[in-house]
Write a protein that binds this ligand. Structure first.
Ligand SMILES: *Cc1c(COP(=O)(O)O)cnc(C)c1O
Length: 287
């Protein structure tokens, strides 16, 4: 499938060009960057005759939702290890309901068990139990995901922009972007407080000043910003990732962080479905 990805221009400031690359419009379910992160992982699972893919996530994970849909489309089974064993005794939230409708099975685990998700012994025991499943880390973060994310930027993007901005969770997306964009400034807006991404490239800067206190935390001023932005530009942002990125970009423009005539490309990485449900259902925001 060859992708045509639209751009939206934000007429915000006469000295700055700010465009948004609309990965959110690629697909309603394999949203945004998750399309690129899953692309080579799905191909790998199929080529190696796995029966399905097993991965990890919180109850409002865009990755889990995208994985469920993509596996169904690719005739693969899917299993998700979901953080929070108390969730087993509640009705499924709309994200998990949708994933289940696409055939995903869930294993709800305690937070202690979830913390083992990168430990070799734990992964080995899962691999023994689910021998025909390809195990994909949380957020789909691995080398094949980074390879897929290199394809987000076209050759034209590289000549037309000085700054490339994206939201950061596991950092897979920005790492992929950085493998193409070696001459541009890359700004990553972290969805989490504090970060330890071990990124070496000097043109990458990761900022957590706009995470609003932590993952999936929403402050009143972020909320107002999202509403105003949607009203003014008719572009929806999610409160966990892209909303915080844009909140940060606007603030940095205000502070004259970007030199005059800067050409900024912000990547809209999608995430709208999980984001909407999270806003409606803050009581279950255990991410
Ligand atoms: C998953 C996600 C991210 C984070 O991407 P990473 O590769 O984990 O850094 C950013 N934005 C949205 C909308 C996402 O769903």
């Amino acid at each position: 499938m060859s992708l045509h990805i639209p751009y939206s221009s934000i007429a915000y400031h006469q000295n700055i060009q700010l465009d948004i690359k609309r990965l959110d419009l690629i697909h309603p379910y394999i949203s945004g960057n998750k399309y690129f992160k899953l692309k080579y992982n799905l191909a790998y699972a199929q080529q190696h005759d796995y029966q399905g893919i097993l991965s990890f996530g919180g109850a409002y994970s865009n990755h889990i939702l995208a994985l469920a849909y993509a596996c169904q489309q690719s005739n693969l089974k899917s299993i998700a290890i979901i953080r929070g064993n108390e969730l087993a005794h509640h009705p499924l939230n709309p994200i998990l309901q949708q994933a289940q409708a696409w055939g995903m099975q869930f294993i709800f685990v305690s937070r202690e068990e979830y913390r083992l998700r990168y430990h070799d012994d734990y992964l080995n025991s899962l691999q023994q139990k689910f021998a025909n499943f390809y195990i994909l880390p949380e957020g789909g973060h691995n080398d094949l995901a980074i390879k897929g994310c290199q394809e987000i930027l076209t050759a034209d993007d590289l000549t037309q922009y000085d700054y490339i901005c994206c939201a950061v969770g596991t950092s897979g997306t920005i790492t992929g972007l950085a493998q193409r964009a070696t001459q541009q400034h890359l700004l990553g807006f972290s969805a989490l407080k504090g970060y330890d991404f071990n990124i070496q490239q000097t043109n990458i800067k990761i900022i957590d000043d706009y995470c609003c206190g932590g993952y999936a935390k929403i402050t009143p001023s972020l909320h107002t910003f999202l509403e105003d932005f949607q009203h003014q530009y008719n572009i929806e942002l999610d409160p966990i990732y892209t909303g915080k990125m844009m909140y940060g970009i606007f603030d940095l423009i205000q502070q004259s962080y970007f030199p005059k005539q800067s050409r900024i490309l912000a990547i809209h990485t999608g995430g709208l479905i999980a984001g909407q449900y999270l806003l409606k259902d803050k009581s279950h925001a255990t991410l």
